[in-house]
Design a protein around this ligand. Structure first.
Ligand SMILES: CC(C)(COP(=O)(O)OP(=O)(O)OC[C@H]1O[C@@H](n2cnc3c(N)ncnc32)[C@H](O)[C@@H]1OP(=O)(O)O)[C@@H](O)C(=O)NCCC(=O)NCCS
Length: 201
């Protein structure tokens, strides 16, 4: 793969469009990120205020223009941001990278995280040619482990990474999606969002 990640990009499929963050997303970004589950399970500053939002968008742009990370707003049609999905920590030698995601509280349980993670994972595997994708998740974060499982990631036996956060300690397990899993898993990823969410209304 190239060591510089492509910018700008947009990925879409299954009712989701992932697009670059824009400066005029600031108010909606703050609305999304100033929320207890995000404070508990991600390294976001809390409270997440306008100042934090400005710094966040600035850092996102630096990460994108320097080609170090992929950081995309989750939208339905390219408009209002509903969450975020990221790819970072690329190891070009090992051909691996870490991914992360969050969805605003008002938009959860509609398949947005699973669809977005699957879109970015397929892109990472097929376009960036990465062979191992990892997620780091505290086992207490049941929503996130469900997203990982749904997208075909599996729990590794790697020792947990211990972190102290303002809202308590985290013990991050490593989940992975590896090339050796073959076409069946890729097929499953591509089909992830095809499953119905109707039962959640
Ligand atoms: C984790 C998070 C991104 C999930 O977003 P979402 O859009 O609601 O997830 P989806 O609708 O795509 O759900 C995917 C799967 O997770 C399950 N799930 C989602 N939220 C759940 C919850 N609170 N409890 C149990 N399962 C849950 C869904 O039922 C679905 O499972 P299925 O495949 O069995 O149908 C969201 O809760 C969030 O932003 N949390 C705070 C930030 C965070 O924890 N980020 C991850 C850090 S590792």
């Amino acid at each position: 793969m190239t060591t510089r990640l492509p910018y700008p990009i947009a990925l879409s499929g299954d009712g989701v469009m992932l697009r670059e963050w824009r400066d005029d997303d600031l108010d909606e970004l703050v609305d999304l990120l100033d929320e207890p589950a995000i404070a508990r399970w991600t390294p976001m500053p809390s409270p997440f205020d306008i100042e934090a939002g400005i710094a966040y968008l600035k850092r996102a742009k630096q990460g994108r223009t320097s080609g170090r990370r992929i950081q995309l707003a989750i939208t339905v049609d390219g408009g209002k941001p509903l969450g975020e999905v990221l790819l970072f920590g690329v190891d070009a030698g090992l051909r691996e990278a870490e991914l992360g995601y969050l969805v605003g509280a008002a938009h959860r349980r509609r398949g947005l995280a699973a669809t977005s993670l699957s879109l970015l994972s397929v892109y990472a595997r097929s376009t960036l040619k990465l062979s191992r994708l990892v997620l780091r998740i505290d086992p207490g974060n049941t929503a996130s482990t469900a997203v990982a499982r749904r997208c075909g990631y599996s729990l590794t036996g790697e020792p947990p990474i211990l972190q102290e956060g303002p809202y308590g300690p985290s013990s991050l397990d490593t989940w992975e999606l590896v090339a050796a899993s073959g076409s069946t898993r890729m097929e499953r990823l591509r089909n992830v969002a095809a499953r119905r969410y109707g039962r959640r209304g």
